[in-house]
Design a protein around this ligand. Sequence first.
Ligand SMILES: [Cu+2]
Length: 127
Amino acid sequence: MGQGRSSATQVMILGLAIIMCVLAIAQPTVGTPYTVGDAGGWTFNVVNWPNGKSFRAGDVLAFNYASSLHNVVVVNRGGYTSCNPQSGAKVYTSGKDNIKLSKGPNYFICTIPGHCQSGMKIAVNAA
Ligand SMILES: [Cu+2]
């Protein structure tokens, strides 16, 4: 009599194990999220925020800022250094922009006049 119950328990355990395996496999490889500037957000003098952090391709940078005051522009190395975006640079303006890092160097600036020059720029290298 006890035989029936224990096999039902075994089936249940097996079922749970299968479900857990499926969940583990289905877990997408999501990049680590980072909030640029931490609590201060995307603002002036955020330039040193990436220091000491290691980023990987696929990690997501969250740029939080007042959309009336700032923007986020994806630039190349020259645009980063000069604070002048190359033509066709992608511009984000929502105030809550999540940008996925690509492998290698990633550069972001704010193009509101004077802001990039005031340290509103970051360079992030993604492994
Ligand atoms: Cu700005």
